[in-house]
Design a protein around this ligand. Sequence first.
Ligand code: ATP
Ligand SMILES: O=c1ccn([C@@H]2O[C@H](COP(=O)(O)O)[C@@H](O)[C@H]2O)c(=O)[nH]1
Length: 748
Amino acid sequence: MWRCVARLSSLIPSSKTSLPNQLANGLKIMEAFSTEILKPAKGQNHSREKPPFITFVLGGPGSGKGTQCLKIVETFGLTHLSAGDLLRKEISSNSEHGAMILETIRQGKIVPSEVTVKLIQRAIELSDNNKFLIDGFPRCEENRRAYERVIGAEPNIVLFFDCPEEEMVKRVLSRNQGRVDDNIDTVKKRIEVFNTLNLPVINYYSEKGKLYKIHAVGPEEEIFERVRPIFITLETLLSNAMGNKIRSISSTFGSLLGRGDCFHELRLFPEKRSNKMLEALDGIVNDLESSVEKGIRLDPQTFASLLETCFQLQAIDYGFRIHRLIPEKLLRKNVGLSSKLLRLYASGGHIENAHQVFDQMSKRNNSVFAWNSLISGYAELGLYEDALALYFQMDEEGVEPDRFTFPRVLKACSGIGLIRIGEEVHRHIVRYGFWYDGFVLNGLVDMYAKCGDIVKSRRVFDKIAVRDLVSWNSMLTGYVHRGLLAEALGIFRQMIQEGCEPDSVSISTILTGVASLKLGSQVHGWTLKKGFEWGLSVANSLIVLYSNHGKLDRARWVFDKMPERDVVSWNSIISAHCNDPKALLYFSRMETFGTLPDSVTFVSLLSACAHLGLVKDGERLFLLMRERYGISPVMEHYACMVNLFGRAGLIDEAYEIVSRMEFRAGPTVWGALLYACYLHGNVDVGEVAAQRLFELEPDNEHNFELLMNIYGNAGRLEDVERVRTMMVERGLDSSVYHYQIQTKMNQF
Ligand SMILES: Nc1ncnc2c1ncn2[C@@H]1O[C@H](COP(=O)(O)OP(=O)(O)OP(=O)(O)O)[C@@H](O)[C@H]1O
Ligand SMILES: O=c1ccn([C@@H]2O[C@H](COP(=O)(O)O)[C@@H](O)[C@H]2O)c(=O)[nH]1
């Protein structure tokens, strides 16, 4: 029984544990964790050779424990056991303790330990997983001691989601899941119980060096980014632990202790994570390769864990190397392992390798995860039809989708824009019972909006019981993209009224939508008043808003206040100065700051030079773009160059640029040339440009107008009439130009 092993094992230190010790313990823990466990059929009571890996998840009511647990499960494959849910299940199954539990929960008090611990113990035993998140337990010191007594072990690590009281109250009161204890009176009681009874448990684990405290305020995804490194580090420790094992067999391995130290550092300085981890991964994979060469067989869990690490670090090349080490038969048979490899390939865009792994899986229909990963891989690459074909194949083969299947499938529906297919998927969502699931419904809101049915999108949105930021932002974006500004503003106001704080996506989306300076300034004022920390996207949208309304001083103010800037920020401020020589000054500042310009930067710069008549600067920048920054000119750059020379009256140079282009000039280029000919009265080149434009844009009356004006200004009235006849023959309206030309002719 794992319980006995756990009691006997020296895995858990009893004395105070310092951080480095904790890491060393981590190695031992993960070593135990990596060993194969017996895997009886699901639901069967069984014993384990090794103790399971236990994570306690603590925090006040509404601190987001459950929400984060779901993300941990999805990413790292632990089994989530919520003590509260186990108790609620007891109530609904009318068990002997049901009434007592209900009353205790109603009062926000703690259910006797013997009841809760037994439920947890049974759930662990019934599971065929070996790593668990125990959420919302232990609630008090007495709970903790009872667990240790019955289970015979301490948790391996403890997560504590630290959240201010008023945020917790707000979240609980808007949870809206019909819980008897989600009301203001019980919440207050629960917080009191948490402060007096649960905090001592948290302090206890903190002193033992097992506690990971997570700041639990901010968007869910952001919080998960604080959680993720903890599990990545543990996963990688597992790999190190494996290396440790191998080292005892062969003396050829490098010092793993050194690598262990590097993980200690990672916990303290998460920004160092990627490089350090890649370094460690490199060492581990080298070690594994030489051990496999020596004929040492490796544990499937080691491969699985390394593939997980590769996925988190997006280290696809290491994935290929690890793939070569996995025996083909093992890969074919072990669904978990092949699914991880498949996901790694699919997420890195190696869709053919992913599909190959998929085709070789002997029991792929047991793993919705594998199907999801492949669908996702196709959808991310924009291969929407393949993603959908796979989904319908999955349906045909009787593989039941889960809540993670649908957002990916809906993304593919949006991608191909066929509402008929989206509606079919909607029916499946209802059929499989996900019509209540906000995560899935968010995808539907987005899909209907992108497929052009904003009314249905809104209908689904209205049905979401608990809307999160994604729900609000999807609806907001849908309205903005359809140009429905009043509705977008309505949603923006409603989200604030309903207590959902807009994030940078909401704000930049609404700023993109508002055409009015007054409204945009109000949104800006609101962000300042709220002390909202601007994301890059918000500041960039403000620069565009102000420059569109000619408020350059305000655009500059925002730009100067930005704590960090990206290429979009620089492009926006340069483009804002398209009639101002400061555009060039901003560009040299951009170079000084070391931000690499892109193709858009040069379009803005060349366009500014054209407007300002800065021919020499324009020529210099055009060369610089190619030679220093390796950016090949596209149509817009050539159009700007033609405009640059053309406006300056250098029609021959402009025409030469067109004839030197590496590809055929399009309407923007010929249009710029024709306009320059009109400005400077060049009939010969104007005729050539107009002729090309008549072929490329046979219905564009403006081109005919310009040529008529060129002829008219040159006094060639017969040619004016000839062009007018051409227009009539093509069914175009020539009357509007009659007056203009007459006017010009009268001026002669
Ligand atoms: N970061 C977040 N920002 C805003 N709301 C959140 C966040 N995380 C979770 N929520 C929402 O807050 C509510 C409570 O979250 P959750 O159920 O995960 O908390 P919990 O800690 O498990 O609570 P309890 O102990 O009461 O079961 C849910 O409606 C959830 O959608
Ligand atoms: O270990 C536990 C866990 C929970 N309870 C009771 O259940 C409610 C709700 O718990 P959540 O974690 O918020 O779902 C809690 O207030 C307690 O009354 C418990 O007694 N012991």
